[in-house]
Design a binder for this molecule. Structure first.
Ligand SMILES: [Zn+2]
Length: 406
């Protein structure tokens, strides 16, 4: 296989998590008596451009089923984040009724709603029908398509170039990152701004966040690599902000390569930090697998010890992270009774691979387990805050970057 950005042959493994079903393939009761399809979950690193990327595999189309969708608006923290972002950008770019904002992967409209409320024209691009429909109910126009160069050029021809193109947590999920980036170029007004948010590979490595690896997440990105991808599409990263979301994300600001705006010191500073951590050498990549294995072993040891001691353990958060962790560790319902999740669409289904039942959060309050393992560690404090009053004798633990009480 060759690198999805620069085409160099990929010969170095970053991490091999064995085989796993698609992280969003939640199962119904009837599915439990059918065979389940597993795909390799192996991530490679390119020693030319340092793009960390999932390995290609056969039947990849089967990974993306249309009947399941994640609704962003189920997370309160994320809603507040989106609102702050919209306010900040409106002020910084002086957006008004004559401006135009495009959001790629606009999901259920949680972000664009803020622009609609401020009277700023916008367009969402979202191929998932159920979330697109939710956005349209909020008064947001939505194109139900995948974004790439062809769509970018079509928007440009229709006079729909944007002052601001937003892509939150989509850049790492697109299979053809070069085509997507060319689409951004085509759909951007001459003095327009692109902002993209994605988990920062430097933090993933620093905090051993191997559970953020799943099939739908094609790329794991450093600022160095994104700057290279932008440059190859005649774009430039001119500013970057570090965000706490998803365990440490970057919000990059892009413009056309020839835009007069100066590149800020933040770009140089983060590029320098990445270089100091050896991210343009093989060392941090080849050292990653043993760290993931230690976490997996420690989690299993904890679960087995508690079971032997007669303690009960339930989990919270039936998200992709949890699926990667539980499937890599081989955890089944004998060690983890059930998982609670606030998303109604997942309730009364089963986690892919592990077949752990997913219940309404009320179940965890009724069961009063000795331990709650919070799988999405990025919202651990929020979850603990919601549950601790009803569960005064329960201890809350997370597994990544190490098994610990919070
Ligand atoms: Zn490469």
């Amino acid at each position: 296989m060759n690198c999805r950005h620069c085409g160099s042959p990929l010969t170095h493994t970053f991490v091999d998590l064995g085989f796993a079903p698609p992280s969003n393939a939640y199962l119904t009761e009837a599915d439990l008596s059918k065979p389940e399809k597993y795909f390799p979950l192996k991530v490679m690193v390119c020693d030319e451009c340092w793009l960390v990327q999932t390995e290609d595999y056969a039947d990849a189309d089967e990974l993306f089923s249309a009947d399941y969708a994640y609704f962003s608006s189920t997370s309160m923290g994320w809603l507040a984040h989106a609102k702050r972002y919209a306010g900040q950008m409106t002020q910084q770019l002086s957006l008004n009724a004559d401006s135009f904002v495009i959001e790629v992967a606009s999901n259920d409209g949680y972000l664009l709603k803020n622009f609609v409320d401020a009277g700023i024209p916008c367009l969402g691009i979202e191929p998932t029908a159920s979330t697109a429909e939710a956005a349209e109910k909020l008064g947001i126009p939505v194109l139900r398509e995948f974004f790439g160069e062809a769509l970018g050029e079509r928007l440009a021809k229709e006079g729909k170039q944007a002052d601001l193109i937003v892509g939150n947590n989509v850049y790492a999920h697109v299979p053809d990152i070069n085509d997507f980036t060319k689409g951004l170029k085509a759909a951007l007004k001459p003095n327009g701004t692109i902002t993209l948010e994605f988990p920062h590979l430097m933090r993933l490595i620093e905090h051993a966040q191997f559970d953020t690896i799943y099939h739908e997440h094609f790329s794991y990105l450093s600022l160095f690599t994104v700057s290279q991808i932008f440059a190859s599409a005649d774009l430039r990263v001119w500013h970057v902000e570090e965000l706490p979301t998803h365990g440490g994300s970057l919000r990059i600001f892009g413009c056309h390569a020839d835009d007069a705006i100066q590149t800020t010191n933040t770009v140089r500073r983060i590029l320098q930090e990445e270089a100091q951590r050896g991210m343009q050498t093989l060392t941090p990549y080849v050292e990653f697998q043993p760290r993931a294995d230690t976490i997996k072993n420690d989690l299993l040891e904890f679960l087995i010890q508690q079971k032997k001691a007669g303690k009960t353990i339930a989990a919270y958060g039936a998200a992709a992270k949890g699926n990667t962790l539980l499937n890599y560790a081989g955890v089944k319902p004998d060690l983890l009774l059930f998982v609670c999740d606030a998303a109604v669409a997942k309730q009364n289904k089963y986690m892919p691979g592990s077949h752990i039942p997913i219940l309404n959060p009320a179940a965890i309050v009724n069961a009063k387990p000795d331990y709650v393992l919070i799988l999405p560690w990025n919202i651990a404090e929020e979850v603990k805050g919601q549950l601790s009053q009803d569960l005064p004798n329960t201890r809350f633990v997370t597994a990544v970057p190490e098994v610990r009480s919070i």
